[in-house]
Structure formats: structure tokens, C-alpha cells
Design a protein. Sequence first.
Length: 558
Amino acid sequence: MSLNKKILVNSFTLITVSIALIAIVIISMIRIQSSNQDILPKIINIQVIESELKNTQNELSSYATAIGVAQPQSVTDKQIESLKKLEGTIGDKLAIIKPLLHNKESEKTFANLQGKVKAFLTAANQAVTDKNATNVRTQEARIAGILNDVHVLGLYANEHYQDIQKDLAQQITFVITISLTGIILLVLFGSVFTVLIIRNITKPLRKLAHNANEIASGNLMVEPIHYKTNDEIGVLNRSFNTMTNQLKQLLDAIHNVSGHIDTFTNDLERENKLFAEISEHVASATEKISSDSLSVSNSLHHTVQLVETMDTDFNQNVHRSTVSVDHGNLAVGAIDKGKEVISSQQQMIEENINTVKVIHDVANTFMEHTARIEEMAGVVADISAQTNLLALNASIEAARAGEHGKGFAVVAEEVRNLSEATSKSTEKIFGIVGAIQAGVQNMSDSVRLGVEIADKQKTSMYETTSAFESIETEVRSIMNELQEVARGMKHSKGLGEKVLEHVGNVNHMLEENVAGTEEITASTNEQTYAIQVVVEKITALRQLSDDLNNRVKQFKIL
């Protein structure tokens, strides 16, 4: 997922949570408003009933006073109309306030009120129609009782209103709590999302910046960043790691090439210097040969004396080579005896290896037997546990049997004691078997180590035998060479006699050599100049290689 999608998802999540929180608050407020908006009008209707009853009470009082004097029929009709209007008003208002009833007492009061109102209206209409002042006064007095019931009903309504207010307060408190909790959670989630986004973005970027600074300072041994997410930072991280690896490979290749160039230039410079020195020596030697060739002819007569001396030395060398051959034969005999001793030692080592392997096999077999003993001890332990359980059950059954089970209880107790003793014995067996297994394991490890050491000794004996065979081969080669030397010396003695024959020819050849050495001297001078030019070029190439090495050494790739 890309960074843009991550940020959009986190932002959309926070916005969704915010909208959900706002929706919860709005719905709660609408519920609070809907539950409270019709309470006060209903309570006001109770006050309207009280007002209408008081007006009717005043009208009846006035009517009772008025009928004492002759009045037109319209006054009576008007009072009857007023009572009918009161009946309709009270009926409507009572129907409105009926939902306020929330308990049996209020319902009972409401029913009494309806009955009193109905009886009052019937009696009042009759009294007004009859124009009976006494009955009118009586109905006027009855209004006070109705007003009392209306007042009580109002108290019940107020009590219900207070309960509703408390419930509304609780709902408002709940809404506030939900709002604060939602805001806190929203802030926390927002902070967590922000921190996670910042961490997922800035942390790898800081590491990349640190690695870039390390590479810029010359340290290519930076630890790769493990960032598995396939986003822009992941692409950047993979590209950065690829760049670092390629840079390491490039610098390593440059370092290797530079090392080869340095080695090549050093070798070439050394060879050129050596060649220059040789050329100089050749030049000086040719000059010296040219000057010494004249004196060589004068020294030829000394050659004969030297050849005679050489002949004497050759005789002595032939005698010495013969003695050396005899000593070589003695050395070959000693080598053969050493080979026999080594062969015997090798056979003993192989027998020791076979014996150790047999001990190792016996130890493994013993380990298997101890494992079987441990298994059988485990079976005995299981039987002991079952026996102990059976003894316990037998004790319980003997206790239930009372007097008849006492003997059985004693037997069960002895069986249980025997089971416990068996259990302890099996535990000791387990301990002993464990100790035996540990000892056998140590012995097996020691045997295995002995086998390894014996194998190494066997290998060493093979190598020693091979070395003796090589020594024997070399000694025999030396003997052959000594024999060849003896024959060569005899042959050289014959050649020395022929040297004297060729000395005369050497003088003539020396004269021709003087002319050749003059030409060689001229060519050597030209070659020395060319070598100096090559040395200068090689020195410049070496300086470039050293500069490249110094620049590559600034980077740490190993």
C-alpha cells in the first residue's frame, strides 16, 4: 500500500469515527428533545383545568346569588352553556394529561376525578335548570373537592416530570460522557495513527539518511534496513540497498584492479630496473670483455695448469661420490627398517580402533538394556500405584464393613505399605539407572573420542608412511644422481684433456669477440635509454594507481 493510500485510509477512518460520534450525539439530543417537549404542555393543561373549575365556581356563586332575584331565561341558558363548555374542556384536557399517569395512585386519583367531574356536571346542570340556589351552592362547594383532586393529580404530574428531568439529566450526562469518551478516543486514535504514520515514514527515512551519511563519509558497511512494506519508502529502500551493493562491487572491483595494476607496475618497474642494471652490467661487461680479451690470450698458458689441477680434483670427487653412494645405501636400509616399524605400529593402531569400536558397541547395547530396565521399573511403578489405589479402596470398603472388615483392612494396609516400599524402590532404581545411563553415556563419549583420536593417529601413520616412502624415493634419486655424478666426473676428466686442444682456437675467437663487443656496447646504450623512458612511464602509471588506491581506501567495504 502506498503512503498516499495509508494517509487517506487513516484520515477516512478518523473522519468516519468523528461522523459516527456526532451522529450518536445528535440522535441522543433528538431523543431527549422528543421525550421532553410534550411534558410541560400536559402539566399546563392541569393548570388550565384548575382555572376553568375556579371560573365555573365563581360563575355558580354569581348564578346562585342572581337567581334569588327574577332573571331572564337567557341567564340560565348561558350558565348551562358554560357547564357544557366546561364538560368539553375538562374532557379534552383529561385525555391530554392521561399519559402523565405513571403509577396506580395517580390512575386512581384520575379515575376519582373523572367520576367527580361527571357527577358534578350532572348535578350542576340539574341545579341550574331547576334554578335551585341551595343545590347550586352545594355544587359550588363540590368544585373545591374536584380542585383538590386536580391539585393531587398535578403533584403526581410534577413528580413524574421530576423523574423525567432526572432521566433527562442522566441521558444528558450519558451523552456528555459518550461525547468526551469519543473525543478522547478520537484524539488517542488520531494520535496513535499519526505516530504510526510518522514512525512508518520518518523512522526508515532517518535510517536511510544515516546510511547515506555513512556512505558519504566512506563507510559502506552499513546495515541494510528491513522494510517489507511495498510503498514508496520500500522502493526507495530497495533502490538504496541495490545502489550500496553495486557501489561496493564497483569499489571492490576498482580496488582489485588497482591492486593488480600496482602489483603489475611494481613487478614491471622492478624487472625494468633489473633489466636496466643488467644492460648497464652488459655494457660495462662488454667494454671489460673488449679490454680483457687481450689479456685472456696471455692467460691461456695458465689454463693448462688449471686443467691439470682440475683433473686431480676430479679424481678426488670421484672417490667422494663413491663414498656418498655407500652412505646412501645405508640410509636406504635404515628407511626400510623404519617402514617396517611404522607398518607394525599401524597394524596395532587398527587393532586398537577395532577394540574401541567393540567397546562402543557394547556400551550401546548396555544403554539399550538399561533403557529396558527403566521401562520395566516404570511398569513396576505403575503396578505399585495401582496396588496403592486398590489398597486404599480396600481400606475404604473395610471401613464400611465395620467389624467384619478389620482383618481385610489390616491386609489392605500391609498391601499399601508394600506398594509404597515398591514405589520407593522403583524410584531408587530410576535413580541408579539414570546414573548408569549417564556413566555409560560418558563412557560412550570417551570411546567415540578415542575412536576419533585413533582415526587421526591412523591418518598420521599413513602420512608418516608416505613421508618415508618419499624420503626413500629421494634418497634413491640422490644415489642415482651421485652415480651419474661419478660417471660425469670421469667423463669430464676426458673432456679436460680435450680442452687443451681447443685453447689454441680460443685466441682467434677472442679477437673476433672484441669487434662484436664494440657493436653490443652501442646497442646496449640505445636499449638503456629506451628502458629509462619505459621506467618513467611505469612510474607515472604507479602514481596514478596509488592515487586511485588512496581514494578507494576512503570507503570501508569490508
